[in-house]
Design a protein around this ligand. Structure first.
Ligand SMILES: NC(=O)c1ccc[n+]([C@@H]2O[C@H](COP(=O)([O-])OP(=O)(O)OC[C@H]3O[C@@H](n4cnc5c(N)ncnc54)[C@H](O)[C@@H]3O)[C@@H](O)[C@H]2O)c1
Length: 247
């Protein structure tokens, strides 16, 4: 396998599960050293077991605005300045709009939007100093089309795309690219919980390719955006949706 990420340090939030874990695995297989940040206290064990060596796990709750700065400071002292940040920590709390409780609305914004912003800000400071960086934010198809019961989730993910535009503009001249990736339903714990049963069968049938995305497919797109070859791509939102949002 081509070791195209040799010498690179990649911080991956949400690395204990789903897309975050799969991205961490994909980059580690190709030579990156991974810093996994997650609420789940198994993150250290999961990340240190990835292919290669020199990985590091950090248990943090990203609803705390100070957590991002602490995670990046720990990254720099344990491994060095990060080259790549993948913001995959997130949650999907679904309710009809009329029933969304204030605490679920706030938690969604705190994790999906504020956690993403403060991680990008903290990593961005180090990357700007180094003159190199690749930041990839997980948004969602829910940011670009209306989905039943997704009011809080859609608001948080549409805001991630807006944030991606601003960061990409402000940081482009200093070698730091910032892009968003917007999958359809992905077969992860989050995707399976939100789209179980009949609802999922119907959703699959409405996707032109006829199935949900696999975490490895999302990881491959993220790895492309995280690579040196993607230097000219910034401020974009990549849909990976089997054609769902364009029909
Ligand atoms: N799975 C899908 O269908 C799908 C579709 C589109 C977008 N996404 C987005 O992709 C990202 C990853 O989703 P996934 O399917 O891998 O989910 P997942 O539930 O499998 O993993 C999410 C990870 O984030 C961590 N996390 C949650 N809250 C946290 C917090 N406060 N602080 C630190 N870590 C926290 C969890 O512990 C978990 O390990 C999310 O941002 C999600 O919104 C997922």
């Amino acid at each position: 396998m081509e070791r195209s990420f040799s010498g690179k340090i990649a911080v991956v939030t949400g690395a204990a599960s789903g897309i975050g874990y799969t991205v961490a695995h994909h980059l580690a297989e190709r030579g990156a050293r991974i810093v996994g940040v997650d609420l789940n206290d198994r993150v250290n064990e999961l990340v240190t077991d990835l292919p290669g060596s020199g990985h590091h796990g950090i248990v943090k709750n990203l609803t705390d605005p100070a957590a991002a700065g602490q995670a990046i400071a720990e990254t720099v002292s344990a491994l060095g300045a990060p080259h790549i940040l993948v913001n995959s920590a997130g949650l999907a709390l679904l309710n009809p709009a009329v029933d969304v409780p204030a605490d679920r609305w706030q938690l969604t914004l705190d994790v999906n939007l504020s956690g993403t912003f403060f991680m990008a800000q903290a990593a961005g400071r180090v990357m700007l100093e180094a003159g190199y960086g690749r930041i990839i934010n997980l948004a969602s198809q829910a940011a670009v089309v209306g989905l039943d019961q997704h009011a809080a989730y859609a608001a948080s993910k549409a805001a991630v795309i807006g944030l991606t535009h601003v960061l990409s503009l402000e940081w482009a001249r200093q070698g730091v690219t910032v892009n968003a990736v917007s999958p359809t339903v992905v077969e992860t714990p989050l995707g399976k919980a939100a789209w179980a049963g009949e609802k999922g069968t119907k959703a699959k049938s409405e996707i032109p390719v006829g199935r949900f995305a696999r975490p490895e497919e999302v990881a491959a797109l993220i790895a492309f955006l995280a690579g040196d070859d993607a230097a000219m791509i910034t401020g974009s939102n990549y849909l990976i949706d089997g054609g769902f949002t364009t029909i």
